[in-house]
Design a protein around this ligand. Sequence first.
Ligand SMILES: [Zn+2]
Length: 157
Amino acid sequence: MEFIIKIHRETFKQIIDFANNNPFLECGGYLIGKIKENENQMTFIITAAFLDENQGTKNRYHFFELTRKYLEEYCKVHMKNYKVIGNFHSHGEYPAIFSKEDKIMEENSPNNFCHLIYSPKYEEINGEIHIDGKKTAKARVTFFGKNREITTNIVKR
Ligand SMILES: [Zn+2]
């Protein structure tokens, strides 16, 4: 199975700007969109981001389950075909690599949930999918839609 995270450039721009508001502290939020699946591919199409006001620290960001549940309810009522399909957080002065803490956070997230990390310092993005239990998979991150400003590197490891 191949996993792909396809993010609208406008949404990605919002995440970059949000991370750059305070590039030394981690920040985060949730990703809203649709999942498309066939026999050999699962594609997470992200069309909006919820930017959480709660700041993290220099090397930690905490996700609140309540926020995710609130957003899920919001989508059900106001955005019929869209769901909370993942989360993102920034990595301040560190590369966009999943840490031990990130792995634990991933394992505690819902099944088939995508995770993005953006590093403002290295201008790079990295994505993984939580499948179920302790199973996670690397995702290929791609973009769609218009926004000239997006020049970020995609982590390939
Ligand atoms: Zn992290």
